[in-house]
Design a protein around this ligand. Structure first.
Ligand code: FAD
Length: 526
């Protein structure tokens, strides 16, 4: 028996590939629904909304193909424009999927930026080509790379050289840079700089001036290099995607049980031997794969006596304090945003975060335990793709909020502060969409504490841990544990807390199975 803890996109992907390899994995999900961060739920009677993530990944194309997700009715929609960035003076900048059209839009703000934009797109696409392949590889072990790892490293080295002198230097410089400096080397206009730099801080507890946010920007670009960022949505919300993934895994031979929380991982003679459920029952297993975040896996599920103290310290030091919240609205009608005259332009993401200084100030507040008085917001209107999510003529609006620190100043609790957060978000959007308040029928506020207690994101970190240079690739989650194996034999990791990190991509789940399947098959023969 192989047990997978958690049915997020990565747990489901791992279940599918293990089942395809002839095993019968058992997925245990604490919540009543599958999907982890990719869920669509009722927020008010008759209103369904992407509860957490509102865009997806993008999913790795091989997974979409292997699970036959299109044939299962999953509709991936790439809106155009993908992003509209809103300015406080009523202007807006639309990022089309077409480079020339976006450059035209940029011309209204700066001629020089419009000229630089195509070259920036080319550069980002080139670097993304190189980095994109790394998303699907297992990071090498630093202790003693195996032959196959040397071979992979050699291939990576050759591809790096093939980038050419200019781009390979750019890559090395950009990774440790603040995203703010990176964009300032290319552009001068506030809206453009902020829209591009925002990808370096999405989900992070960092501002655009934080060192290393260039790496996050590039990691995001590796999956989708367009500077406006990925805006792929699923008709009906991301829950439609994970339901189909779950069906694919079951059809391949997996079993999925919902409403079954794992309390502990059983370890006998240094090996994972099964799990103890929250209701006290035990399930024996030859291998346990955790699709939950690393801190939860090692610090909650495992008896400390089973782990080397220095490893425990490393996991404790793994940074996973989030500063992200979510506010979902049920609206009586579509809000009108200043600067967006065509409602079809609202089908992608909308950004409120009009300058680098705005984004940095939003972050500043969270450093001192405060909710940003003017937060950075990423907004979608899922009913524009699937009107059936709300009653006729009504809408849902999904709003991703930074920054809302996991720990508030002066011992204030999130249950006291949730309403304040809802009000700040409403007021901020209303500055760009006058009259919004009159349309609000219901507001759902999901705080960092809710992210932890209800949805299982330890520390409220939506990416299962900060994606900074010291927690990426060979160091994700920590050195010596980046190959989906752990110090405990038979215990493996497959969540966003492993390479290549967060987002609804399925990449960690797929990489993990490719890497650990031979070990598991050997375990099962024991
Ligand atoms: C507010 C928010 C907005 C986001 N926006 C985006 C976005 O727009 N685009 C994007 O691509 N990504 C986004 N993300 C990130 C994305 O959701 C995550 O990176 C992704 O969900 C990680 O998938 P996973 O399978 O690794 O883990 P998860 O999706 O976290 O799944 C882990 C699963 O484990 C379960 N679990 C936890 N504890 C237990 C237990 N004790 N027993 C059994 N099961 C347990 C959880 O219930 C959960 O189902 C967002 C996340 C959040 C929270």
């Amino acid at each position: 028996m192989v047990v997978i803890i958690g049915s997020g996109a990565n747990g489901l992907t791992a279940a599918y590939y293990l089942a395809k390899a002839g095993l019968k994995p058992l997925v245990l999900e604490r919540r009543a629904v599958v999907g982890g961060g990719a869920i669509t739920e009722e927020i008010a009677p008759g209103f369904r909304c992407p509860t957490l993530a509102h865009t997806v990944g993008p999913m790795r194309p091989e997974i979409v193909r292997d699970m036959r997700l299109a044939a299962r009715g999953v509709e991936f929609i790439a809106p155009d424009p993908r992003l509209v960035s809103l300015a406080p003076d009523g202007k807006a900048l639309a990022f089309s999927n077409d480079v020339a059209r976006t450059a035209d839009a940029i011309r209204a703000f700066s001629d020089a930026d419009a000229r630089a934009y195509p070259d920036f797109c080319r550069t980002l696409a080139g670097l993304a080509g190189f980095l994109g392949e790394l998303l699907d590889t297992t990071p090498p072990s630093l202790d003693g790379p195996r032959m196959s790892e040397w071979w992979d490293l050699l291939k990576t080295g050759r591809r790096f050289r093939a980038l050419g002198r200019t781009d390979s230097f750019r890559l090395l410089r950009w990774l440790p840079m603040p995203a703010a400096d990176l964009v300032a080397e290319w552009f001068t206009s506030d809206l453009l700089q902020a829209a591009v730099a925002a990808r370096g801080i999405f989900g992070a507890t960092q501002g655009p001036w934080s060192a290393g946010t260039g790496a996050s920007l590039l990691l995001n670009a590796a999956a989708d290099p367009a500077p406006g960022g990925n805006s792929i949505v699923i008709r009906g919300g991301p829950g439609a995607l994970t339901s189909a993934m779950s069906a694919a895994a079951i059809e391949a031979g997996a079993e999925i049980r919902t409403g079954v929380g794992v309390a502990r991982i059983l370890v006998r003679d240094g090996r994972a031997a099964g799990v103890v459920l929250e209701d006290g029952r035990e399930i024996e297993a030859r291998a346990v794969i955790s699709g939950t975040d690393p801190k939860r896996t090692f610090l909650t599920f495992i008896d400390p006596i089973e782990l080397d103290p220095s490893f425990q310290v490393r996991i404790r030091n793994y940074r996973s304090r989030g500063a992200t919240a979510k506010v979902n609205f049920a609206l009586s009608a579509l809000p009108a945003f200043a600067g967006v005259s065509n409602p079809a332009d609202l089908k992608g993401r909308l950004q409120i975060g009009p300058s680098i200084d705005y984004l940095e100030r939003a972050y500043d507040a969270s450093k001192y335990g405060e909710i940003s008085p003017e937060p950075y917001l990423d907004i979608t209107l899922p009913t524009l793709h699937e009107p059936a999510l709300a009653p006729a003529g009504a809408h849902v609006m999904s709003v991703y909020v930074q920054f809302a620190p996991y720990v508030l100043a002066n011992g204030r609790s999130w249950s006291d502060a949730a309403d304040d957060l809802g009000r700040v978000v409403t007021r901020t959007i209303a500055n760009y969409a006058p009259g919004l308040e009159r349309l609000i029928l219901h507001r759902q506020v999901i705080t960092p504490h809710d992210l932890e207690s209800t949805y299982g994101f330890t520390g409220g970190h939506i990416l299962h841990g900060e994606q900074s240079l010291d927690q990426l690739f060979t160091m994700r989650p920590v050195l010596g544990c980046a190959q989906y194996r752990t110090p405990i034999a038979g215990l493996y990791l497959c969540s966003a807390g492993t390479h290549p990190g967060g987002g609804i991509t399925g990449a960690s789940g797929r990489n993990a199975v490719r890497e650990i399947l031979p070990d598991i098959l050997k375990d099962l023969k024991r």
